[in-house]
Design a protein around this ligand. Structure first.
Ligand code: IVH
Length: 665
């Protein structure tokens, strides 16, 4: 037994050493197989001698059952934000304030990259990682120890028995983010807009196994409560590094603000060389005693400033302009670009929105253009660099015929887009199936755009209803669909048969009948048959349904193709009813007349689900806080809406108060 304990301790130390070499230093000295063998030996020892099991063992990095919710952690010292500077002038103003407060003619600064991820705090007690949390609202955060433990760069034990709170930024590398999103695209899961959101979403998982599968990384940049022997910020980072905590290598001690400015300029140029995203540089007073003397305002320390970079813009060439046919037949131009790396991902396409915008920006094939990605997945063309024209550029003409089916396209008066009106246009049908399967409609996991196109090419689907007649044996023959995923896909399609009517209605993609109208109609009529028979008066009698939506619904239900489609769906056993759950408060309009705004991520629902719960109960959801707002519901990291709500005296409630209002708790 003693022997086993000694061996286990030795294995743990070796494993952590190799983890550090591999994940932090990027300099492994043993092969993956050798590493796995050490892990297996430790797992086996801990299985044979359960008394040897302990929380800080590397075998426990991914462990335990999924949590029911997060508990909160009060930060002993608040996790503050930073003031921003955008120009040299503002940096100089910061420096003047610092020198005035310090009573010094010159102050040393330490510059670091501002990593675009999310802030976390980790508590180490006598060298052991005991608890980790998110920043939350700065005063309390969510306890995410189990998720942080899955990050291999984080040591479970420090080489010294140090007690301190260390702070850092969790982030995802651009390349990992791209790989993650392309997998999600295939699985028909919603894409993350940027690496930051992906990191935040990954850390806020209740099941650590999901977090473990995400490529999270971390850089440490500061301390909370501690009594470590450090006197300058530079020392502090060197000390963290000695504790084997990953610290960003691109940092510099600057003798004055001009040198700090140089650092900011250098990384503005070089930011695209980095494998991760930065949104600026943090300039900090180097002397920790001086930091302490200067103190904080309510929101941010007086001794630091974030020099922020503008959203990344890149120039590239337009190789071609293609047109896309959407599910409503809208024909939109898209620029095909020479691939460039921008804001975390390689970009090859940019939206040109519609022909008016295309004409206004005067984009030609062969042009060099500036593109920008401001949070969205698809970037936009900002402007053409006309001085780079060589004369070889070609003007682009919007087609007179649909590129998919060849039918004539028309632009209706008052509309910005041309449309193809052919009801059996293949491009539209494919897009309609993609929409039908999408998350907010029938939510068929595994049926993303690529799989729909494959099914179409193979002639296995021609309309929505064909999905319900697919067999696993047909699918598993297709290239790129293994037997397992074929079976999963058939199961996901089968499961979707039981969806409530409002999802089906939304999935039909009837013009003007969005998610909200679908719900209103489904909840009012309860069955598809009653809805089909409703005339204009009956439809417009439903609160929230106007004559335009009513007209669109009637046109859809009167079309001969619709009758055929509905018959096929009914025969396949697709549910046509909206469930009325007994005792469900959804039927009672308990939130009638109340307006809600959401800010920050909720734990129990997506924003969409939460909005659905409010509207089901007769309430309204608005995107921004105004005097008309009754409640601001805050999740984690609520952002600027919170300040606005305080300003206007709007009631701010958290998720559990929200659940109570919904009568779900
Ligand atoms: S220092 C009290 N250093 O930026 C100052 N922050 O806008 C604490 N961040 O919440 C922050 N890289 O999430 C600091 N090298 C760095 C940083 C950094 C990213 C984030 C951090 C913080 C936010 C402030």
């Amino acid at each position: 037994m003693e022997e086993a304990a000694a061996r286990a301790a030795q294995l743990r130390q070796e494993i952590e050493e190799h983890n550090y070499r591999y994940h932090v230093l990027d300099d492994p000295v043993i092969s993956d197989q050798q590493f796995d063998a050490l892990m297996r030996e430790l797992v086996e020892l801990e299985r044979r001698f359960p008394e040897l099991q302990r929380d800080d063992s590397p075998t426990r990095r991914v462990g335990g059952a999924p949590r029911a919710g997060f508990s909160t952690v009060a930060h002993k010292l608040p996790m503050l934000g930073l003031d921003n500077a955008f120009q040299l002038e503002e940096l100089r103003d910061f420096d003047s304030r610092v020198r005035r407060l310090a009573g010094l003619s010159s102050v040393e600064y330490f510059c670091e990259l501002k990593i675009d991820g999310l802030a976390v705090s980790l508590q180490y007690e006598e060298g052991r990682f005991t608890r980790g949390s998110t920043r939350g609202d700065g005063f309390t955060g969510e306890e995410i120890t189990h998720n942080l433990r899955t990050i291999r760069q984080i040591p479970l034990n420090l080489p010294d028995p140090v007690t301190a709170e260390v702070r850092g930024e969790v982030y995802i590398n651009r390349a990992d983010f791209e790989a993650m999103n392309s997998l999600r695209r295939e699985q028909n899961k919603p894409l993350f807009a940027n690496p930051r959101n992906a990191a935040a979403g990954s850390l806020r998982q209740l099941d650590p196994r999901i977090t473990a599968a995400r490529p999270l990384r971390i850089f440490f940049y500061g301390l909370g409560e501690h009594n470590l022997p450090v006197f300058t910020h530079g020392d502090l980072l060197a000390y963290l590094e000695r504790l084997r905590l990953p610290v960003n290598p691109h940092r510099a001690l600057c003798r004055n603000i001009d040198e700090a400015w140089e650092f900011c300029c250098e990384w503005a140029e070089r930011r695209s060389e980095l494998p991760y995203e930065i949104d600026g540089v943090v300039v900090k007073v180097n002397d920790l005693a001086l930091q302490e003397r200067m103190g904080n305002t309510a929101r941010s320390p007086r001794w630091a400033v974030a020099f922020k970079y503008p959203p990344e813009e890149k120039s590239t060439r337009v190789l071609d302009i293609l047109v896309n046919v959407g599910r409503t037949g809208a024909i939109t131009p898209v620029a095909v670009l020479e691939p460039v790396l921008i804001s975390g991902s390689t970009v090859q396409r940019a939206s040109l929105h519609n022909e008016d915008i295309l004409a206004e920006k005067e984009v030609m094939i062969g042009d060099t253009v500036v593109i920008r990605k401001a949070g969205e997945i698809i970037p936009e063309v900002v402007r053409v660099l006309k001085e780079k024209r060589t004369g070889a550029e070609r003007a682009f003409q919007m087609p007179e015929k649909c590129p998919s089916c060849g039918a004539a396209v028309h632009r209706l008066p008052g509309e910005a887009v041309r449309r193809c009106f052919n009801p059996s246009c293949p491009a539209q049908l494919v897009e309609r199936i993609v929409h039908f399967a999408s998350r907010r409609a029938m939510d068929i996991e595994g049926l993303g755009p690529a799989v729909v196109r494959l099914l179409w090419r193979e002639g296995l689907v021609r309309d929505l209803a064909d999905l319900y007649y697919l067999k696993a044996s047909q699918l598993s023959k297709l290239e790129g669909l293994a037997e397992k995923s074929a079976a999963n896909l058939v199961a996901a399609i089968e499961k979707s048969k039981g969806n409530p009517l409002h999802r089906l209605l939304f999935g039909f993609g009837i013009r003007l009948v969005g998610e909200k109208a679908s719900r209103l109609l489904a909840e009012h009529f309860l069955t598809l048959d009653r809805l089909r028979e409703a005339g204009p008066e009956e439809l417009t009698a439903v609160p929230g349904i106007g004559p335009k939506i009513a007209g669109a619904a009637i046109r859809f239900f009167q079309a001969p193709e619709t009758a055929e489609l509905l018959d096929k769906l009914a025969q396949a056993g697709v549910n046509f009813n909206e469930p009325v759950v007994e005792g469900d408060t959804a039927g009672e309009r308990v939130l009638e007349g109340k307006t809600f705004v959401f800010s920050g991520a909720l734990k129990r629902f997506t924003r969409h689900e939460a909005a659905g719960l409010v509207t089901e109960r007769g309430g309204r959801v608005s995107p921004a806080v105004s005097r008309k707002t009754d409640y601001l519901v805050t999740g984690a990291e609520p952002g600027s809406k919170l300040a606005r709500a305080h300003e206007l005296g709007v009631a701010v409630i958290d998720e559990s108060a929200f659940l109570e209002l919904l009568q779900l708790q």
